[in-house]
Write a protein that binds this ligand. Structure first.
Ligand code: PLP
Length: 458
């Protein structure tokens, strides 16, 4: 019945990332044709507030003309060049300078790639290279966390702590381990407050390092706020205690700022919000407001020095992509950073973020809502079958996906993650748009309640 519609062409031709492929063959796609500010429009002309900024990324919304002009200007001047074998170009140099200057801890150099996955993959390789340079080839294990999301390349999917990214892909690879998820609401024990929970997780990390042998553990990777794992905000004192363990065993810290970077948490980087002192930082998404693909890896001076020493032995630093620091992406990133500065996007995010958190917090007393959590302009609302016992819904019900479907009907796109709804709107969202987003979520929550009552005798 779909005929030669755009939906049937999609089903016939596209292998969709992150999609239930079987269901897609009958459901078909939602085709987005344009956008304005924080909204996108579908091919039937319906408008939606993009409550997740696409994939947590279009921080300046969907029609920022200055980013388009920056891209076109660069395309006309120098559409491509690279930085292999001593070549360079000004947009790349200027962006590296800017990022090193913006870093919340002293960083030495910036390396460019196209995606968050490639940036984290690069971080893994740099950690291994670093320890080879220091003459300790046995110190190679990297610890990620359960429910973390770091991407989908072979190494970054291994760092990711979600079963869908491992199962049947034969991952994780060797030398990558996972420690506890810092989600207090879900995983605390009876009577355990956030600080005690953080102490227990730090002790568990220490035990893991001891079991493996500290001489074999090279690095720990963390998102300041876990995004795709369900918007998990670290409990009080967590990073302070984790970092004490890392320092004790000479284990590097990689901060994955792919979602948190550039204002999302109400500071330029999530590392500032939560007191991380990373040796390596990875960033992407809001670096260009997602108008062009670009990611960056910032490395500390000791890591850079080790790269120099190791590459000297071999004659070359044997890592880099054709599109490492694509000039058009770099030009768009420079314009993005300029706009962040001119509009003080961090202060704006803090203000509208507080409004989003307060707006969602009003649903804490709702019978279906187990937890409302968040910081700045990132938030999660977790639904539960039983508020008192935190009993989750039967996953087969797909309650959060159902709510997201209702929200779409009310003109809001939200991200269902298990039983949690993720919020991460464009940073340019206005207070009125925040209120509207929250109101549309509220309507979808009412619909979900009615659906549960009528369909499932809840
Ligand atoms: N790291 C984090 C924290 C992410 O959220 C993502 C993507 O959502 C990635 C890494 C991977 O980035 P990409 O999809 O650009 O490879």
């Amino acid at each position: 019945h779909l005929g030669n519609s755009i939906a049937s062409r999609d089903i016939a031709s596209l292998l969709h990332p992150y999609t239930n492929l079987k269901a897609h063959e009958s459901v078909g796609p939602m085709v987005i044709t344009g956008g304005r500010g924080v909204t996108v429009v579908d091919d039937a002309g319906r408008e939606y507030i993009e409550g997740v900024a696409g994939l947590w990324c279009t921080s300046l919304g969907f029609d920022e003309p200055r980013l388009v002009e920056a891209a076109v200007r660069q395309l006309r001047t120098l559409p491509f060049y690279h930085a292999f074998a001593h070549k360079s170009h000004e947009p790349g140099i200027e962006l590296a300078e800017k990022l090193v200057a913006l870093a919340p801890v002293p960083m030495s150099k910036a390396f460019f790639a196209c995606s968050g996955s490639e940036a984290n993959d690069t971080a893994v390789k740099l950690v291994w290279y670093y320890n080879n340079a220091l003459g300790r080839p046995q110190k190679k294990k990297i610890i990620g966390r359960i429910k973390a999301y770091h991407g989908v390349t072979v190494a970054s999917a291994s760092l990711t702590g979600l079963p869908n990214n491992h199962r049947d892909f034969d991952l994780p690879i060797d030398r990558i381990l996972h420690t506890d998820c810092p989600h207090w609401y879900r995983f605390h024990e009876e009577g355990e407050d956030e600080e005690a929970f953080a102490s227990r997780l730090a002790a568990s990390l220490e035990a893991l390092i001891q079991r493996e042998g500290p001489e074999t553990v090279a690095a720990f990777i963390a998102e300041p706020v876990m995004g795709a794992g369900g918007v998990i905000v670290p409990p009080r004192t967590y990073f302070e205690k984790i970092q004490a363990v890392l320092r004790k065993h000479d284990v590097l810290l990689i901060a994955d700022e792919v979602i948190c970077g550039f204002g999302r948490t109400g500071a330029m980087f999530g590392s500032e919000t939560f007191g991380l002192k990373p040796d390596i930082m990875t960033m992407a998404k809001a670096l260009t407001s997602a108008y062009m693909p670009l990611s960056a890896v910032l490395v500390s001076e000791p890591i850079y020095r080790a790269c120099v020493a190791e590459s000297e032995k071999i004659g070359v630093f044997g890592h880099g992509y054709t599109y490492s620091g694509h000039p058009v992406s770099c030009a768009v990133a420079l314009e993005t950073l300029k706009i962040y500065e001119e509009r003080d996007i961090v202060a704006h995010t803090r203000a509208v973020g507080a409004r989003l958190q307060e707006g969602l917090a009003r649903y804490r007393s709702h019978p279906l809502v187990g937890e409302v959590r968040g910081v700045g302009l990132i938030a999660g609302v977790e639904l539960v079958a039983d508020k008192a016992t935190r009993q989750p819904f039967d996953p087969k019900l797909g309650v959060a996906a159902r709510l997201a479907g209702f929200a779409q009907g009310h003109g809001a796109i939200l991200r269902p993650i298990g039983d949690t709804l993720g919020f991460s709107p464009p940073l340019i969202i206005t207070p009125e748009e925040v209120d509207e987003l929250v109101a549309r979520f509220g309507r979808a929550l009412d619909d979900t309640t009615a659906w549960l009552e009528h369909e499932h005798r809840f």
